[in-house]
Design a protein around this ligand. Structure first.
Ligand code: ADP
Ligand code: ADP
Length: 237
């Protein structure tokens, strides 16, 4: 379970991006964070993954406090959080398999990918995960040969192959057409159920949040302004 309490982030520029946000995410629920541009959605996800250092507040994953960790502890904890990015974050010149395995081996292991130095068991698990996301048979394609939707599936496979405790997803569909966006959201909900992990998704398209999320959290100006089921939000709209 992810438990965030009173998270605040003030950037050095003075921008108060988060002004005390608390939430819990557990089980295999899909939670969508919605809100206008500048609301703090991206800052929130980046604070959880410690890509950005929060100013104050606490973040616990399965009882482990993620704030104030040493670099080594942080590296271990990040493996528990599968991160999926808007622009996919793939290494374009590497193959699909290499991209997925670079994630499995940790953030700084692109070097292992270049050496194609992977344990057979990891390769088998990666291949099964690629099948699961609909990319069976694409192992050897270079990332830059793929469509946007296929790239995002590689990003999902790379996150899932680490066997994370939660998936953190930052605007997964911003670069995709509507049909591909829906397929990616559908896949994320299936992964939550299959892997029995929660999925926290930043998304600015409210329709997608309503269609695919179990719970919707609204942020505006750095504060939580709404929390409820998609049907609650529909009634308020
Ligand atoms: P959203 O994802 O909802 O669009 P962001 O988290 O990107 O919101 O931004 C929230 C606020 O924080 C905005 O005012 C934005 O300009 C500011 N902000 C975001 N990132 C930075 C940064 N790296 N440095 C300074 N201010 C930032
Ligand atoms: P997002 O798509 O998440 O809303 P943007 O496209 O606004 O983010 O910003 C892209 C990058 O610039 C992000 O890393 C964000 O943290 C950073 N950023 C956003 N706003 C500011 C700001 N006011 N000052 C400095 N950096 C910012």
């Amino acid at each position: 379970m992810l438990s965030v309490e009173n998270l605040e982030k003030t950037y050095s520029s003075g921008d108060e991006a988060l002004k005390g946000v608390s939430m819990e995410v557990s089980g295999n629920e899909v939670v969508a964070i919605i809100g206008p541009s500048g609301a703090g959605k991206s800052t929130f996800i980046r604070c959880i993954n410690q890509l950005t250092e929060p100013t104050s507040g606490s973040i616990e994953l399965d009882g482990v406090d993620l704030t104030g960790l040493s670099d080594g502890e942080l590296r271990d904890q990040r493996r528990n959080m599968g991160m999926i990015f808007q622009e996919y974050g793939l290494v374009e010149r590497l193959s699909v398999m290499e991209n997925v395995l670079a994630g499995r081996l940790g953030y700084l292991s692109a070097w292992n990918a270049f050496r194609r130095d992977f344990p057979e068991e990891d390769v088998r698990h990666a291949r099964a995960t690629l099948d699961r996301v609909g990319l069976g048979g694409h192992d050897d394609n270079r990332a830059d040969e793929l469509s946007g939707g296929q790239r995002q599936r590689v990003g999902i496979a790379r996150a899932v192959v680490q066997r994370p405790k939660i998936l953190l997803v930052d605007e997964p569909t911003s670069s995709l057409d509507p049909e591909t966006s829906r397929a990616v959201m559908q896949l994320l909900t299936e992964i939550a159920a299959d892997e029995d992990i929660p999925v926290l998704i930043n998304i600015h398209e409210v329709e997608l949040a309503l269609e695919y999320a179990d719970r919707v959290v609204g942020l505006a100006d750095g504060r939580l302004v709404f929390e409820g089921s998609p049907s609650d939000l529909d009634e308020n709209a």
